[in-house]
Design a protein around this ligand. Structure first.
Ligand SMILES: *Cc1c(COP(=O)(O)O)cnc(C)c1O
Length: 433
């Protein structure tokens, strides 16, 4: 008989009640408040089981069939399944499933495609890009020569003319598209054309939206890019981690850049959990989730616009929206804090050409993968938009404002109570006091 020795919560409670408490409180937070962080979703119990397995004990530097340690027969099966499933799901020529995170995947992609000091053209951080797209605080801006493209001030969409002009002027080795807070589709074909015009590699950082590509809710960058990097823990609903897809002729360079250049031993429990997530992402259920996530974002964005928040770019094509709060006279920082008091988790976010410092910001970002995983639909999005409108305009320093935030928190509790993210198991609930 086979035995799975997995998460044993009773053991944790016995041995380390302090950490057990944290876990219990975090379940409560995720269950009892509203999760609108655009980079989060809910992993399945199957993914969590793989993460909590003894594969966490295994050292497996190298790749299946070519490891530096013995005893890798089992983990080799897991990694081969993860790779096969990623290739199927994304219709790609090569996949590396070992990156520990999106940032590790990007570091490896830079290492495979460019040398220190090379020019890299990518979206500026204040315009929706990521730290790894040339910020001085990251390897990308310290070791490479970043040139930033922006969104056009009138449309707030990527200024492709500027991208082309900058590419012609600076002759980058590598062009990157893909963003953390950009609500529109990206024209991958046009980026490919610009990259070809100047002989640059094209890397698409699909960290945020690769789950929606998997669920066929957004167009795939794979046919256009030399390299696609991604995370497995955002809309894809897998374990925390990264991945890289590339054309066959870059396979060896990418693999060597992940290990041994950027990382040591892979986290085989996470690799197994990635395999589980890729299988799930191929199901009709997941496609339903991905497409509903986009419909929900549209409904939420329209609802927030009706509350007086201006959607950056005028709307959304994907799973997130950025709202400019200047017409309400509220900063992003205050809006985030007020929503937090009302049980709504979202984040402040700069709007294009924001006059405020990033720590204050004029906008907020909201995303729908989590609430969609919970089963919410357009009706709930409209209700949530009106709750956010009430929370954002409630000044907690006044009695009326504080009361309004309490009222909103009660309604938030009603909504999330009807959509538990995980099955409500009577025994588990009893365990959690
Ligand atoms: C989230 C994100 C990353 C980084 O992922 P981590 O796993 O947090 O390192 C990289 N690029 C983009 C565009 C992202 O949105």
């Amino acid at each position: 008989m086979s035995t799975f020795w997995g998460p044993d919560f009773a053991a944790l409670e016995r041995e380390d009640p302090e950490i057990a408490d944290v876990l219990v409180d975090e379940v409560a937070r995720q269950r009892d408040t509203l999760q609108l962080i655009a980079s989060e979703s809910f992993t399945s119990p199957a993914v969590l089981a793989a993460l909590g397995s003894t594969l966490a004990n295994k050292y497996a530097e190298g790749y299946p069939g070519q490891r530096y340690y013995g005893g890798c027969g089992q983990v080799d099966r897991a990694e081969r399944l993860a790779v096969e499933r990623a290739l199927d799901l994304f219709v790609a020529e090569h996949a590396n499933v070992q990156p520990h995170s999106g940032t590790s995947a990007n570091l490896a992609a830079y290492a495979a495609l460019a040398e220190p000091g090379d020019v890299v053209l990518a979206m500026g951080l204040p315009h929706g890009g990521h730290l790894t797209h040339g910020s001085k605080a990251s390897f990308s801006g310290k070791w490479f020569h970043p040139i930033a493209y922006r969104v056009a001030p009138e449309t707030e969409e990527i200024d492709y003319d500027e991208v082309r002009d900058l590419a012609l002027a600076h002759r980058p080795k590598l062009i990157i598209c893909g963003a953390t807070s950009y609500p529109r589709l990206i024209d991958f074909a046009l980026f490919r054309e610009i990259a070809d015009q100047v002989g640059a590699y094209l890397m698409v950082d699909a960290a945020h939206f690769i789950g929606l590509v998997a669920g066929r809710a957004l167009p795939s960058p794979v046919p256009f890019a030399d390299v696609v990097t991604g995370t497995t823990h955002k809309a894809l609903r897998g374990p925390r981690g990264g991945m890289i897809l590339c054309r066959a002729e870059l396979a060896q360079r990418i693999d060597k850049a992940v290990f041994p250049f950027a990382q040591g031993g892979p986290m085989m429990h996470a690799v197994a959990a990635k395999a589980v997530a890729f299988r799930e992402a191929g199901t009709p259920d997941f496609r339903g989730y991905a497409n509903q996530t986009v419909r929900n974002a549209r409904a939420l964005c329209a609802g927030l616009a009706a509350e007086g928040m201006r959607p950056v770019t005028g709307g959304t094509d994907n799973h997130l929206a950025v709202l400019d709060l200047r017409e309400l006279g509220v900063t992003g920082r205050d809006a985030e804090a007020r929503c937090a008091r009302a049980g709504i988790a979202l984040n402040k976010n700069p709007v294009p050409y924001d006059p405020e410092r990033p720590a204050v910001a004029s906008g907020v970002r909201v995303g729908t993968p989590s609430v969609t995983s919970q089963g919410m639909r357009e009706g709930e999005m409209r209700r949530i938009a009106s709750l956010i409108g009430r929370a954002v305009t409630a000044d907690p320093d006044t009695a009326a404002g504080a009361a309004a935030l309490r009222d909103v928190a009660l309604e938030v509790g009603e909504i999330v109570g009807a959509f538990p993210p995980y099955p409500l198991d009577a025994e588990l609930l009893a365990n959690s006091r």
